[in-house]
Design a protein around this ligand. Structure first.
Ligand code: HEM
Length: 372
């Protein structure tokens, strides 16, 4: 795809469904220029030591299980060790992976609203959102959603699509761990859909089915504020962070054949914005009359939706305060969203595994073009 076609496609994708919105991303002009820096050598040692251990563990695991998943684990562990011996990936290498993901995000044809961005972000979030701060289990480290039964947990319905896309990228960049790949895709999805820069760094390692967490750690959309708090407090988030994270529902849609719910939250589901908060506050939401799970619809157009869990954010005083702040100030939302997504994607990764002490910011496609 040439540059013109791709930028035309990108602006078409960002076009709102029903209201006249100007693509925000095209207004960005003063981007930070990119400079290359190699990660410190010493910290990589820890990473490769873990990969080596993972490989040994993988062989042990394979000895008593002949499932495909175990075979994949062994292969990816072996591959990572082999690659690690061959070369040390630098920021430039991760930027290359980012760029490939960015192409894929846009190359969605007729899929949903013309972008794989939302479903990739959901994959990254569901891989990280299993974290439990008390037991320090779950999180983005081991990418355990590759294995059954986690891949079959109801909350993960439909994420096989996102994992399939990731598999294509993994073939090209076999040295990257799945956890790094999936979270990097979450970062790319947000940045490419006009959102804020998300600080990110590599260091996650591939784990095993035995590292997976039990079903029930992700939020249940039919429930209200008490449940939402219990789930997100367990990960270590506070009320403001919970509301900021929920702003991700500006993106994408619900699918009857995945969650049972149906429809988008906003009129521009492939653009990161504070529209979710504005709509939540300003529209009149009524229960949809249909043959499906309880969800709300906007009285005016009947085309948008809110989950009971979304709606609880304006029924709870402490949550509502933050909804109001983000509805009034998109800059504030972008700043807080960036910080909380960066925190989410790092859940469950021991400090010693990071390749760099300071997270990086990777260039979005727009910046790549401008810097050439
Ligand atoms: C109270 C917490 C949450 C609940 C109950 C919830 C529930 C859901 C449900 C039911 C869907 C529809 C899935 C489908 O049918 O395809 C969905 C989609 C989505 N969620 Fe959430 N979610 C929550 C928090 C989050 C967070 C924290 C993020 C990211 C930071 C997020 C990102 C997304 C995205 C991007 C989609 C659209 C996926 C697509 O278009 O394929 N959600 N969520």
């Amino acid at each position: 795809m040439n540059t013109l076609t791709s930028s035309l496609k990108a602006s078409a994708r960002r076009a709102p469904l029903a209201s006249a919105r100007i693509p925000r991303a095209s207004f960005r002009s003063s981007f930070r220029k990119y400079s290359t820096e190699a990660p410190p050598k010493s910290s990589n040692t820890a990473l490769y030591a873990s990969i080596g251990l993972a490989l040994v563990g993988g062989i042990g695991y394979y000895a008593y299980s002949s499932s495909d998943a175990a075979a994949t684990t062994v292969k990816s562990g072996a591959q990572a060790t082999k690659s690690a011996l061959k070369f040390t990936p630098t920021k430039v290498d991760y930027q290359k992976v980012y760029n490939r993901i960015a192409q894929k995000v846009d190359d969605a044809g007729d899929y949903d609203d013309g972008s794989f961005g939302p479903v990739l972000l959901r994959l990254a979030w569901h891989s990280a959102g299993t974290y439990d701060k008390e037991t320090k289990t779950g999180g983005s480290n081991y990418a355990t959603m590759r294995f059954e039964p986690e891949s079959l947990h109801g909350a993960n319905n439909g994420l096989n699509i996102a994992r399939g896309i990731m598999e294509e990228i993994k073939k090209e960049f076999d040295w990257i761990s799945y956890g790094d790949l999936w979270t990097l895709a979450g970062v790319a999805a947000i940045q490419e859909m006009g959102g804020p820069k998300i600080p990110w760094r590599p260091g996650r390692v591939d784990g095993f089915a035995t590292d997976a967490t039990p079903d029930g750690r992700l939020p249940d959309a039919t429930q209200g504020q008490d449940h939402i708090r219990a789930i997100f407090y367990r990960m270590g988030f506070n009320d403001q962070e919970i509301v900021a994270l929920s702003g991700a529902h500006a993106l994408g849609r619900c699918h009857a054949d995945r969650s049972g719910f149906e429809g988008p939250w906003t009129f521009s589901p492939t653009t990161v914005s504070n529209d979710y908060f504005k709509l939540l506050l300003n529209e009149k939401w009524v229960w949809r009359k249909w043959n499906g799970p309880k969800q709300l619809t906007d009285k005016k157009t009947g085309t948008l939706m809110m989950l009971p869990a979304d709606y609880s954010l304006v029924q709870d005083k402490s949550f509502k305060k933050h909804v109001q702040a983000y509805a009034a100030d998109e800059g504030l939302f972008f700043k807080d969203f960036s910080a909380v997504i960066a925190k989410l994607f790092e859940l469950g990764v021991p400090e010693s595994q990071w390749v760099t002490s300071e997270p990086w910011t990777l260039l979005s496609t727009n910046e790549e073009h401008e810097s050439k």
